[in-house]
Design a protein around this ligand. Structure first.
Ligand code: DGY
Length: 420
């Protein structure tokens, strides 16, 4: 085993607490995050399957009665994170945030099960996990697409995971900041503010969050009145892939799935309609303000991960992806470098994120072997050179944000060790 693979394992183990793993050890994110945990579990599955299943189990312990799995679980209440458990003031047995994140945990679970031998004892545990994930996916369909249009809404930019992406600039500009807003950010004390979202972003994040809280996180009501309601391509692509993977898992464990199959078909059809063939780009839709959002974000290419059964469209998307960072030494920038909103160092407005590259690689590998190998090689090469950081400059490759970043280590393990 190479030194870096050993370091990747060590990074995860050092960030591990009781039954869950922090995204980093530099105090930036002192809790359990939903999609971070999914990637982390995948990393563990390459050297400790029990830790992988435990990571998922701990996350599921925070599942709300209605099925929602929060984006943050606050196992440790003694931290300086903002917004912490008292600010959110919600959760079931475990204090949590009141919003969710992309449900990539479902697809990751399928991948873990296919890459490992599961003991009889573990099988029982896995069946329970699958049932809870079914409830999670059904929660999205029930509350985030109440009219059954086949597309899921997010009600806060934090739900996407790509918090300050320029995809949200237009809908966020319409959110009126609450008067006399008082809060203290912890993040800019740990990481250079140049690399973090702006105050204007946080003012709005907090305003939306306060509104969700004032409405007691009631999902039925909030779909209609939330200050932010967007159908995003990246999120819906991860959701559709999760739905497809869930159906496969449900079949395997003899659990009913017929209602989900219908939704999956509809979702595939509707998602495809968000492709603008003239501009050769997928667009998000701002449900709140009834407006298209056209921003060249790498997350639009997550559509490849949704495994749409349309070869012609997939070919077009891959062609466009090849142009996205053409000739650049490092790939993929979170926002296309020639777009007006691009910023080399600011969080999700330009830097490279290992989880995006990993998702794109997964979506490419059954469609374009040569290009997918290239993406994998470039991603591994960047981590070999710079280590396990939160994000990297697409111009210099320089590492930014948090260090000892768990998902970069976990996905490095998967990219290097997974032979599929
Ligand atoms: C943060 O604190 O920056 C997180 O991304 C919010 O989920």
């Amino acid at each position: 085993m190479t030194k870096l693979l050993k370091n990747a394992q060590k990074t995860l183990l050092n960030n591990r607490r009781s039954g869950y793993t922090l995204p980093t050890n530099n105090k930036l994110y002192p809790a359990q995050w939903n999609w971070d945990s999914a990637f982390i579990a995948l990393g563990y599955s390459h050297f400790n399957l029990n830790f992988a299943l435990e990571e998922i189990n701990t996350l599921l312990k925070g599942q709300w009665k209605d099925g929602m799995i929060p984006h943050i679980l606050f196992h440790d209440k003694n931290t300086k994170y903002f917004p912490n458990h008292t600010v959110w003031n919600c959760g079931n047995k475990i204090a949590s945030s009141g919003i969710t994140q992309p449900p990539i945990i479902v697809s990751v679970l399928r991948q873990i099960l296919e890459g490992n031998k599961i003991s009889k004892k573990q099988k029982g545990r896995v069946k329970e996990i699958v049932k809870k994930l079914k409830k999670y996916i059904e929660w999205f369909i029930k509350f985030r697409d109440p009219k059954k249009n086949g597309l899921i809404s997010i009600l806060h930019p934090w739900e996407s995971g790509y918090d300050n992406s320029s995809i949200w600039d237009d809908p966020m500009s319409k959110v009126k900041v609450e008067k006399n807003l008082k809060y203290k950010r912890g993040d800019i004390k740990v990481v250079n503010p140049e690399q973090r979202p702006l105050k204007t972003d946080y003012d709005r994040y907090v305003t939306i969050k306060n509104h969700l809280k004032a409405n007691k996180y009631n999902p039925t009501k909030l779909y209609k009145i939330s200050k932010f309601n967007v159908i995003d391509i990246g999120f819906n692509s991860i959701f559709l892939r999760a739905l497809k993977d869930l159906i496969i898992l449900l079949k395997r464990y003899n659990i009913s799935y017929s209602n989900l199959k219908k939704f999956s078909k509809k979702s595939e059809k509707q998602l495809t309609k968000l492709y603008d063939s003239k501009k050769d780009i997928f667009y998000a839709y701002d449900v709140k303000n009834k407006k298209k959002i056209i921003v060249p974000s790498i997350t639009n290419f997550f559509i490849l991960y949704a495994d749409i059964k349309n070869n012609l469209l997939n070919k077009k998307i891959i062609k466009s992806l090849k142009k996205y960072n053409k000739g650049k030494k490092y790939i993929f920038s979170s926002i296309k470098p020639d777009h007006k909103s691009f910023e080399e160092k600011r969080y999700w407005r330009g830097p490279i994120w290992i989880n995006c590259n990993w998702i794109i690689y997964q979506g490419l590998k059954n469609k374009d072997k040569i290009f997918s190998s290239y993406v994998k090689k470039k991603t591994i090469g960047l981590v070999n050179k710079k280590g396990f950081h939160e994000y990297y400059s697409c111009k210099s490759g320089n590492a930014m944000g948090a260090y000892n970043f768990s998902w970069s280590a976990a996905l490095y393990l998967d990219l290097v060790l997974n032979k599929n």
